[in-house]
Design a protein around this ligand. Structure first.
Ligand code: TXA
Ligand code: MG
Length: 357
């Protein structure tokens, strides 16, 4: 298949939007189109057509029981596809959308059941990236879009990565430069109980638990509202099926390093391939010294700008892909901490890790 690569710049899209008419029409007619969002690149299909959505699972090699997010261009159309059941869902939509959040709502049954993997809920997202918005507006249909990577691999946050993995497999790739946020949207689900609401964070992201707590405290609701992480890795039937699969993994084996005293044991059992280090300045220096003492010579270091966590998020998957190209066998990653966006970044690192020390 010949892939048409369409370059667009977010700055000029208002006047150049004609270039999106052809891919938008193809999308509506059932073809796959890769496009940038503010989080990561997505591979889009018309959510109303079973066969179109099935193609996504095929090109990505994605497990069929993992539902897809439905992307819309405006809040006004949410009710065509989903039911907003309570004041908390309503509030989240009005505060955070458009933006890097996905809200799991009761489905109206309009989108294909291939999208929802047979669940009675549907994840709704309205990206704020202007190219994504224009494409969705022109396509005039809801668009299911998982991250544009082969299943299990790091998400693509730049056009080169999308082109590498999907050229020849899908008819259109829209190149809109690097994505701003770099990790996927926060996925939330609101549960109403008799005496309270719970906002469950099914996947942490750029919009953090702290942001959601701030939102709760700014508003008056008829019952108390609690915000909780709900990342159940082991459950047989997790609420968000994507939680049970290993994700985001580069070819290099990721080692999340919390405790350096465990390194001696570690190196007794693993060989001495090329080592990568991703961390802040002190972490890199300490670990490098330790490795040199053990006799390692081939060490590739990338300094993570630890003071700027947004930059860390933005670069994580790009660095993963860089270490892969460099043939790194073990990639040691520093733990950036447990609050705010660091929690979301470390969620990706943990899910990609072969070892946690
Ligand atoms: O930032 C993003 O969300 C990107 C861009 C392209 O928009 N998309 C993305 O899609 O990350 P994907 O398919 O890689 O991840 C979707 C996640 C999965 O963890 C899936 O299990 C969960 O959302 N999900 C989707 N629909 C759901 C539903 N009805 N109930 C529970 N979880 C759902
Ligand atoms: Mg993904």
């Amino acid at each position: 298949m010949k892939t048409k690569i369409i370059r667009v710049s977010p700055e000029s899209i208002e006047t150049d939007y004609e270039v999106l008419i052809e891919p938008a029409t193809a999308l509506r007619n059932g073809e796959l189109v890769a496009f940038p969002t503010e989080t990561v690149y997505g591979i889009g299909a018309n959510s109303l057509l079973d066969n179109s959505v099935r193609k996504i699972f095929e090109v990505k090699g994605r497990p069929q029981d993992n539902p897809l997010i439905v992307h819309l261009h405006s809040k006004d159309v949410i009710r065509k596809y989903a039911i907003i059941s309570n004041e908390v869902e309503e509030g989240i939509i009005s505060k955070f959308m458009p933006g890097p959040i996905t809200v799991v709502l009761k489905s109206c049954g309009v989108v294909s059941s291939v999208v929802t993997a047979g669940l009675d809920t549907v994840g709704i997202r309205i990206p704020y990236n202007i190219i994504a918005q224009k494409l969705l507006e022109l396509a005039c249909v809801p668009v299911s879009a998982p991250s544009a990577n082969l299943s299990g691999k790091p998400s693509a946050t730049d056009p080169v990565s999308v082109i590498e993995e999907f050229r020849g497999k899908i008819p259109y790739i829209i190149d809109g430069g690097r994505t701003h946020i770099g990790i996927e949207s926060t996925v939330v689900l609101v549960k109403e109980e008799s005496d309270r609401f719970k906002i469950l964070i099914l996947r942490p992201g750029f919009i953090t638990k702290e942001d959601l707590e701030g939102f709760v405290s700014e508003n008056k609701f008829s019952k108390p509202v609690f915000v909780e992480y709900s990342e159940n890795f082991s459950s047989e039937r997790p609420i968000s099926p994507g939680q049970k699969y290993k994700h985001y993994s580069p070819k290099s084996k990721v080692v999340l390093l919390n405790d350096k005293s465990k390194l001696d044991e570690f190196f007794k059992v693993v060989g001495n391939g090329r080592i990568g280090i991703l961390g802040k300045f002190d972490f890199i220096n300490d670990l490098e010294l330790y490795l040199i003492n053990l006799g390692f010579k081939d060490i590739l270091k990338v300094e993570w700008c630890g003071n700027d966590l947004l930059e860390c998020a933005r670069n994580l998957f790009l660095y993963y892909r860089f270490f892969d190209r460099e043939g790194v066998e073990f990639l040691f990653v520093e733990n950036l901490g447990n609050s705010g966006i660091a929690y979301s970044i470390m969620n990706r690192v943990k899910k990609s890790a072969s070892y946690v020390l």
